[in-house]
Design a binder for this molecule. Sequence first.
Ligand SMILES: Nc1nc2c(ncn2[C@@H]2O[C@H](COP(=O)(O)OP(=O)(O)OP(=O)(O)O)[C@@H](O)[C@H]2O)c(=O)[nH]1
Ligand SMILES: [Mg+2]
Length: 243
Amino acid sequence: MGGVIGHKDHHVVVPVSCLLDTWHDHDRIASLTSLSNMGPRQFLLHIVGDSGSGKTSFVSRNSYLQLPDAIIGDDENESTWHYLDFDTNLGRIRFSCHDHHGGIETLNDEMFHEGDCIILLIDVTNITSLVSLPTWTHSIVSRNARVPVVLCGNKVDAINDRRVQPIMVLEETIWQYYEISALANFNFEKPFMYLIRKLMDNQDIHFAHPVNLLPPTIMLSEEARAQIEENYQTARGLFEEVF
Ligand SMILES: Nc1nc2c(ncn2[C@@H]2O[C@H](COP(=O)(O)OP(=O)(O)OP(=O)(O)O)[C@@H](O)[C@H]2O)c(=O)[nH]1
Ligand SMILES: [Mg+2]
């Protein structure tokens, strides 16, 4: 099996085994892809969460990513590698992103030793997501992970099917929490900016231009967006008052 990496007009075919063996040699990957002569700053990101929480949908929203040749490998259908590039006032930052297919069984020690950061997705339309959150937390913390973790509640567009409210998550989590909708492009950039600022240890970093996304496949009105944001901020206020 082989992986194709690079720009649309500049394919480089590399065996997946080679990619995986050398993945952490970021300079080599950067030179293979030739995306920028400057060489973007790179971080290895693991995206994890219960099966069906929307990991693949989320990671596929960046239009650069969506190019088939930007998916650079597939580990026997258990995980897929993507690039996510973000242009900031300090230059380009690339997340080499490992999209794990499946649930908690996908966690392994290696991802904590070698990864730089984690996005954990839950599905707000599925109460099981909330029930399994302590198990995820325990599994990550017990591995002594020192990497930044950000928690995202996905599918907030499904207003009538929502089972998990923001206050329920805030009471349960030790990590930064954002509400997102992968398919409505809602808050896509927030978890990434949080990680960028943490990883670069710089709170002043900002995007150089709006993040380039595929058109949404679910429409979420401005009113609905504002309502979701208001509920989230109210929950945060309540939570901070109590704790
Ligand atoms: N309403 C809604 N549905 C979503 C959203 N994101 C994903 N879905 C749906 O949720 C289902 C699962 O999405 P996936 O992206 O395949 O989930 P996954 O976490 O990658 O699943 P595994 O690869 O099996 O671990 C699909 O039917 C998606 O269309 C969202 O933001 N809103
Ligand atoms: Mg998936």
